[in-house]
Design a protein around this ligand. Sequence first.
Ligand code: AVJ
Length: 329
Amino acid sequence: MTVLAPGKVTVDVRLVPEDLRRALRHDARAGLCAQPKTMPPVWFYDDRGCELYEAITRTPEYYPFRAERDLLRRSAGEIAEASGASVLVELGSGTSEKTRLLLEAMADGTAGLAGYVPFDVAEGTLRTAAASVADDFDIGVHGVVGDFHEHLDDIPDLDGPRLVAFLGSTIGNFPPPQRARFLGEVAALLNPSDRFLLATDLVKPVDRLVVAYDDAEGVTAAFNLNLLSVLNRELGADFDPDRFVHRAVWDPDNRWMEMRLEAQEAMVVHVPELDVEVEFGAGEQMRTEISAKFTFDQVRRELGAVGLQVTGLWTDAAGDYLMTLARPA
Ligand code: AVJ
């Protein structure tokens, strides 16, 4: 157990840029050679991709970002009290912007706020966020730069009951087997007094879902197509983004939105860093993201399957978005 000095920042780096390059080469080799072709969504988020995602959150059609913010504005106080926690661990912390609503609620609550543990792949963003939270809240911050499919074990076991939060409905981006494994690893991390807070987007009418992933202004299309620029820059590939179009499709059986990039004509793409040539047929689609939508029951079931018991549920005023608090059973 460690106690963090107020205002002090520590960062453990478990992932360096070379690890990320190796992971991208691995994912691209597997995904571009697969049938159907697929790329994991994590590679959207270079600097341009992060900018485009922020622009998506400002489109009128993309409701999940605002729904989560409304939910936290409405219920962060209740969530903080129900958690009983004095340390916040945040998986995929990013800029820690919405986290501040939870941190403020914890600081104002009965248990008080003793520390923050941001966990993210992006070292620069994490360091900036860690410093500003340590400063603004006068608490100790112990960041971990890592991948949440590999380095959850490196999360420090700080004094005080912890609230482990996974916001942003990022869980929806994991394919089901990976989602189950991830939830199992989170469960294994929790001490008996720790709690887990999971944000999920809820199933809703298809027309709203589809436009949320295919806004009229074309910001989501640009975000999706930016993946090809990432592959060009990082792997020396020669994708022509003008010859692909963005598609957003609802899969009713799996209850997830899919983003795809569709080749407008037959072509061969060269990827020198992988030493492969990738053939696309006219109209061939590559899947670039799944974004699963949940029901209350499904969340309860999936948490139950890894030994976590639901102790609280909150939605935004419109009932579009869900936060679930759970404890080791
Ligand atoms: C950042 C994971 C919440 O799945 O909705 C936005 C990303 N993709 N528009 C999502 C995204 C297309 C997003 N999350």
